[in-house]
Design a binder for this molecule. Sequence first.
Ligand SMILES: Nc1nc2c(c(=O)[nH]1)N[C@H]1C(S)=C(S)[C@@H](COP(=O)(O)O)O[C@H]1N2
Ligand SMILES: [Mo]
Length: 497
Amino acid sequence: MLSRWRAALIGVLALAAALAAGHLVAGFVGVNASPYLAVGNGAIDLTPVWLKDFAVRTFGTYDKLVLLSGMAVVMVVVAAVAGLLSRRTPVPGLVVITGFGLVGLAAVYARPDLDAVALLAPLASLVTGAGTFAFLHRLDVAPDTSRRTVLLAGVAAGAGLAGLGGQLLAGRRDAASSREAVGRLVPARTAPMIPADADFAKLGTPPFLTRNDRFYRVDTALTVPQVRAEDWSLRLHGLVDREIRYRYADIRNRPLVERTITMTCVSNEVGGTYVSTANFVGVDLADLLDEAGVRPGAEQLFSSSVDGWTSGSPIAAVMDSSRGAMLAIGMNGEPLPIEHGFPARLVIPGLYGYVSATKWVTDLEVTTWAARQAYWLKRGWGREAPIKTQSRIDTPKGFETVSSGKVRVTGIAWAQHTGIAKVELRMDNGPWREAMLSAEVNVETWRMWWLEFDVAPGGHQVVCRATDKRGYTQTETRAGTVPDGATGWHSIAFTAR
Ligand SMILES: Nc1nc2c(c(=O)[nH]1)N[C@H]1C(S)=C(S)[C@@H](COP(=O)(O)O)O[C@H]1N2
Ligand SMILES: [Mo]
């Protein structure tokens, strides 16, 4: 009979060997075929809306790291238990490992972005895991301990090397070098200069343009899709007179336009950070659709990403020239960052990202609402999702302590495609007072504001609300982010000393 810790060790080593073998094969057939990542991606797609929302709110950009770490802990525990159950005979451990293997196979099989050859990765995991377990088990019942130790260490080292090899192979095909080769994108029509009084960054607001590495990021991709520009193409089809396929050079060689646009995520809570602004460079989506010739009856532009994620945008919004929907390839003077959709993405001003901003986009289908249902629509989010008028207090920070006397409150407000008319603040249930607004860049972008109050020592609460150019004032009624965006006033408490 095996000692307890040896039995557990054998379980964990077999798991490591299995994952490493799968990862190595995935290095050849596509990184997302790695069974570990495929299970994680599957878990994300199966996650109920409330839990996804909770994860995004609680862990922010780290939600995926939390998921992967959680999975690792669960797997190590189960593998150790499988080993412990196998002290006499390897059968229980083999059953558990086969179960793991089948979950991996199912997860890879279910991925819309993977083909049959990808199944080789989880198969390699299954065979290696079971084989390693049986082998180590037989070995461990044998008496020669020094040979045994060497072999155990060998398995551990082999697993490490195979995993690393998979990582390197996957990296060989990454998109970073392709992105570098694109070089600078020079728009034929640049966006108007951002005036100096477009933000109050010196007073506490964010800068008007968000740096690429500070731009909020939300997507379902566990590993950032790596698409090389030279491999990329965009298929435009469906209810059109002629199907067209665009290559990267086709897009890049067109006269490029640049537009300043504020994007917002539907998962942004009142006071949240999922709102950012950039200069996007690309072409008019409407021009591409005109080339294809949109047929009568078209309602929806159904876009797909290389990783299988999908989005449905109203054709009317895409074709509305006052809105300027884009196929974007650049952001703030650079090619799109890989995590923001390199080589190309959609940006449709005024609509929440999940119905307007497909990253790594490879397919555009002109269709009806009845024919296709996009990723988040199937999961209970709204079909029409115009961005709601909102405002946020940036300083003071919640629960900050400031000096009493003159206290300056600063923040931002947005009402894309309508424009902000005014922002009002109320201190400690006093009268509403109108804040100073920054210069308006265009109605598709946020505006900054500030206002000074005379504040006595003690605790205080300040509330903001925006009114847009259609005359709508933000409702006080709190609504959650599901199904089409949060409402309510942002308020913060602070102390004056
Ligand atoms: N391929 C893909 N594109 C996507 C998503 C996604 O999950 N996958 N998420 C969308 C959502 S919900 C938002 S809010 C925006 C965010 O874009 P950003 O990460 O560049 O800020 O991308 C959209 N495009
Ligand atoms: Mo979003």
